[in-house]
Design a protein around this ligand. Structure first.
Ligand SMILES: [Ca+2]
Ligand SMILES: [Ca+2]
Length: 486
């Protein structure tokens, strides 16, 4: 080694370390690309596939910043180069929350539509921005399975002559299943409460309020209009998912909590698709009136998006404030860790089972799943006609059963329970290890462990990460002889 080489190393090495310390490399987790924070840039989350909404970002603001600095920053977002009105390549309408600071107390967020230059400048605002999350597409957590056509069996008289759901023998297996600890169905269902003083906010594709499942004896409906993501929408449900979910939660024949108040929060368009920023906006609109009223309330997010930590953040905030939030684990037959809200620790996350207490083929799983419930081939209200019914499947359906059970429990109390109390009740009542075919390992791969410099000293092993195996199954815990509607 010459003297010159030594000198060059001694100069270059500190420089290399300096550069490495300043520019943190992005990494990929699921379909997210995460650019860590460094000295001059805030953390940025984007998507590698098509889960992200182009040119749209949810900006989380720093706590403890002088309010004048924050408001000047937000005001400036309305002008170029931050705001690019034609920047979006999506077919969606403009988000009403764009440019409006949402102050959640614990956290503040603002949605920005911008392109490369604006994003670069935003990342540089380490003085006021905590993190930036690309907005993502959110859809229903309804499984794309074939529905079995069914007819109302002639031998079975409907309880209510006005209601004759088209059904097979398995149609009501979900209701039948959840009031007993084992899988031997007895044809009976009852719960201890009707949910009559509980408001369930259904963040979905709308609700067909005129359905007979929601009608009171005076002809009025138990569905009320809550909030919409876009002003131009009306509240009705074209897609049908919200009506199906609402029926399982609170339909008078097909539902769990048969007298619950159903609040229509429409955040999905007529194709069942929306944006996480719309869901966050609607939660922002809905949550503070809930908290101010002190009424027993549940938010149902029967939705799925690629994991979005801004979404999880908002769910955590409102759970901390006392709102019970229930969601499905997602329908990818993978780890719910990679989905939102399924990955949210604060939410009650529900996995789906099929008849016979097997894991539904589509259901996500993993340690984030708090409880399991029936999800496959479940009859509920359909949109378009007061007496329309349909079978549906998905972790949405499972989440709806749990939401109904939570509402029934809440109405049996004379106070509004904290979310942790609702979760504890559901978990205490639940039956352990009913679902035995949920995967116990994931991320399996070949790994070589080498002990020396030579390849013959390597040991090649098949290695898997293990995951939680306790599957708790919903049990509403009231044995009555009320017969399941046939
Ligand atoms: Ca039963
Ligand atoms: Ca949870």
């Amino acid at each position: 080694m010459t003297l010159g080489t030594v000198a060059r190393i001694s100069i270059l090495l500190p420089l290399y370390i300096l550069i490495y310390a300043v520019i943190a490399e992005p990494y990929v987790e699921g379909d997210r690309r995460i650019f860590p924070a460094d000295a001059t840039n805030v953390e940025l989350h984007t998507y590698t596939g098509d889960s992200g909404v182009p040119d749209t970002y949810i900006v989380k603001l720093k706590q403890g910043v002088d309010p004048q600095t924050t408001s000047t920053f937000v005001e400036n977002l309305k002008s170029e180069p931050y705001s690019v009105t034609n920047g979006r390549s999506s077919a969606f309408e403009n988000d009403p929350s764009v440019g409006v600071m949402m102050d959640f107390g614990d956290t503040k967020m603002v949605v920005v539509e911008t392109q490369e230059e604006g994003l670069r400048l935003l990342r540089g605002r380490v003085d006021v921005v905590e993190a930036i999350y690309q907005d993502s597409i959110v859809t229903t957590a309804q499984a794309p399975v074939c529905y079995v056509p069914c007819e109302c069996p002639a031998a079975e008289e409907p309880v209510d002559n006005n209601v004759c759901p088209p059904k097979t023998a398995a149609t009501d297996w979900g209701l039948d299943r959840i009031n007993q600890p084992n899988g031997q169905l007895d044809g009976k269902f009852n719960v201890m409460g009707t949910g009559s003083d509980v408001n369930v906010y259904i963040f979905d594709s709308g609700i067909y309020a005129e359905h007979q499942e929601f009608s009171n004896s005076d002809g009025s409906t138990r569905v009320s209009e809550g909030f919409k993501a876009l002003d131009s929408w009306n509240f009705t449900d074209i897609y049908g998912h919200g009506t199906h979910v609402a029926g399982i939660i609170g339909g008078k024949t097909v539902g769990v909590a048969k007298n619950v108040n159903l609040i229509n929060v429409k955040i999905l368009n007529d194709a069942g698709s929306g944006q996480v920023s719309w869901a966050i906006w609607a939660m922002y609109e809905a949550a503070f009136p809930i908290l101010a009223s002190g009424q027993k309330s549940i938010m149902v997010l029967a939705l799925q998006s690629s994991r979005n930590d801004a979404f999880n953040d908002v769910i955590q905030t409102f759970t901390n404030y006392g709102v019970t939030i229930i969601t499905g684990s997602g329908n990818n037959n993978g780890l719910s860790f990679y989905q939102s809200p399924g990955s949210s620790e604060a939410a009650i996350t529900v996995g789906a089972s099929a008849a016979g207490d097997t894991k539904a083929i589509y259901s996500n799983y993993g340690p984030e799943v708090d409880i399991w419930a029936p999800g496959t081939d479940i009859l509920s209200s359909a949109t378009g006609s007061p007496d329309a019914y349909d079978q549906g499947s998905g972790t949405s359906v499972a989440a709806a059963f749990v939401a109904g059970a939570a509402a029934a429990y809440m109405s049996s109390l004379d106070y509004r329970p904290a979310p942790a109390e609702v979760a504890a009740y559901l978990i205490q009542q639940a039956t352990d290890n009913v679902i035995t075919d949920s995967p116990t390992q994931h991320n399996c791969r070949w790994e070589a462990t080498c002990y020396g410099a030579h390849f013959w000293s390597c040991r090649i092993q098949w290695v898997c990460d293990s995951i939680s195996t306790t599957t708790r199954f919903l049990h509403v815990g009231c044995n009555s002889d009320a017969t399941v509607k046939k």
